[in-house]
Design a protein around this ligand. Structure first.
Ligand code: HEM
Length: 191
């Protein structure tokens, strides 16, 4: 019963019922692109990398064995966790885009689209080779920074641990293959 109450409280949903069209996706993408500073390499890098890190930290708590209570990609990162330090700036930056398009996409979808937009923007052949398809329909929890503190608790991968740990997190808990995990972590090193 207690679990049921926790789950019900955590997963207060903002359900968006229609499929996102290409022109809606393009409109949100345009707004995300306006957030990238045109000068100041350090600031640009912080925002470009930061959007990708935000999307990963939202999703990196996923547990395929307990998908509903795992803190999957739900538009929330627990800001009281040290691993999420620095992400509030990115959340605040994206907030106007989230508010403007709240009838089209969830906050979690917009965070994912922001990461995707940045990856696409950062590839030399923009709009060409690296165009990762995205599916929409992620369901947000009540707020972006605290509603997931229980579900996300201590689930992000630990930078101090070994291959056994990344296997436990990415393969056993999240459901990637070893090869997928290798490429995923390589991606982190190249961003
Ligand atoms: C074992 C898995 C991982 C660990 C332990 C880890 C840990 C870290 C740490 C400690 C940082 C530095 C944070 C800081 O600036 O204080 C970082 C940055 C970053 N991580 Fe990860 N990470 C992992 C996986 C990933 C993955 C899979 C992605 C992308 C999908 C990712 C994306 C990033 C990005 C883009 C940054 C740079 C953010 C910036 O420039 O502000 N990480 N990560």
């Amino acid at each position: 019963m207690k679990l049921l109450i926790i789950v019900t409280t955590l997963f207060v949903t903002y359900s968006i019922s229609h499929a996102v069209t290409t022109s809606e996706e393009a409109a949100v993408t345009r707004d995300i692109l306006t957030l990238i500073p045109t000068d100041g390499n350090q600031q640009r890098a912080g925002i470009l990398g930061g959007f990708v890190r935000l999307a990963f930290h939202d999703a990196g708590t996923y547990d395929r064995n307990n998908p509903e209570t795992s803190g999957k990609s739900d538009g929330c990162v627990d800001l009281s966790a040290p691993d999420n330090a620095g992400l509030s700036t990115l959340i605040d930056l994206l907030a106007p885009v989230v508010n403007r398009h709240s009838l089209i996409m969830s906050r979690a979808d917009i965070w994912n689209l922001a990461a995707n937009t940045i990856i696409n923007f950062s590839t030399p052949n923009r709009g060409g080779t690296l165009n990762i398809p995205l599916r929409y329909g992620r369901i947000d929890v009540a707020d972006a920074t605290s509603a997931c503190s229980e579900s996300d608790n201590n689930k992000l991968p630990n930078a101090e641990l070994s291959h056994q740990h990344t296997t436990a997190v990415f393969v056993e808990r999240m459901g990637f293959t070893q090869l997928g995990t290798f490429f995923f972590l390589n991606q982190q090193c190249t961003i």
